[in-house]
Design a protein around this ligand. Structure first.
Ligand code: SF4
Length: 295
């Protein structure tokens, strides 16, 4: 069965073989996403998964330790199915003892504490979660499918199970005029959730997103580039947890990485130095050229 979903993984797992186990996203409603449009959510048949594992096994080496599970939200599958996949992997690639993948907050909520402990015992760790924001208004408008309270509750369950996690933060998600509120609310929620890493991505609407209709109708307005740079600064200034902040996605105009709290002041100094030198039109042109933005 050919997989239709585009395959991708976060930068920290760039050397990790990808194993598709689902096609599409079981949620598929976020206004800022078109990755899986027209790809119905399906659990891939085990024969397809095994054939892909055999393909990975051909190129595996003594240091192939981790597999990245792909498709929109592979951890939505029942725990039993995930364990069957791990068994098939380890039969063919016995060096593997770690699994990452994209995960929704709702996928964690749907698993029991026993499920999470079992997944942790089989090597599930550093999963990537599209938390995006801790500002309830923005989360609701964008139909993200979770609230700020859900983020904190599920993060605590992951910590208890011993599963570390990375959060995506979507700069600009609350729209023009709300960037500071978004950053302050998100810093509070993310600090309490305490992810291992925060990957910053910047809003770059395209004509194929559901949000395009909201932009046309005036229901949502993209913030300026300078506003979004200040939003990133406010987020970092208000973070109060041990984590790495990585702002180096294609959509980020100012790029850097550092640890909170060790490099927090340095990151703020860097932004204080760079933001006044930003040129709004040039930054926007760069975004338009790279990402076919709608504005
Ligand atoms: S949960 Fe992720 S993959 Fe699914 S629609 Fe939302 S942003 Fe896209």
């Amino acid at each position: 069965m050919p997989v239709k979903s585009p395959q991708h993984r976060p930068p920290q797992d760039m050397n990790c073989p990808m194993l598709p186990i689902v096609d599409g996203c079981a949620h598929g409603k976020c206004r800022f996403c078109d990755i899986f449009t027209d790809i119905p959510f399906t659990a891939l048949p085990m024969e397809t998964v095994i054939s892909d594992i055999e393909g990975i096994a051909k190129y595996s080496t003594a240091i192939t330790r981790r597999i990245y599970l792909t498709g929109g939200n592979p951890f939505t599958l029942p725990t039993k199915r995930l364990i069957e996949v791990f068994d098939e992997v380890e039969k063919r690639i016995p060096t593997v003892n770690s699994y990452g993948g994209f995960c929704r907050i709702a996928d964690i909520a749907n698993k029991s504490d026993e499920d999470l402990a079992l997944l942790a015992s089989r090597g599930v760790d550093d999963i990537a979660i599209g938390a995006e924001s801790g500002f309830d208004e923005a989360l609701a408008f964008m139909r993200k499918g979770h609230t700020a309270a859900d983020i904190i509750e599920q993060a605590k369950r992951l910590h208890k199970a011993g599963i570390s996690f990375t959060f995506f933060y979507l700069t600009g998600m609350a729209g023009a005029g709300h960037t500071e509120e978004n950053a302050i609310a998100s810093a509070k929620v993310f600090s309490e959730a305490a992810p291992k890493r925060i990957l910053i991505v910047t809003m770059t609407p395209t004509k194929t997103w559901p949000l395009a209709a909201d932009i046309q109708a005036g229901r949502w307005k993209v913030p300026t580039e300078i506003e979004m740079a200040h939003e990133i600064r406010t987020l970092i200034a208000n973070l109060d947890c041990d984590c790495t902040v990585n702002c180096s996605h294609d959509t980020d105009i100012l790029r850097f990485q550092g640890r909170v709290p060790e490099n927090q002041e340095k990151m703020l100094e860097l932004l204080d130095n760079l933001i006044p030198k930003m040129n709004e039109q040039a930054s926007r042109r760069m975004r338009e050229m790279l990402h076919k933005a709608t504005f």
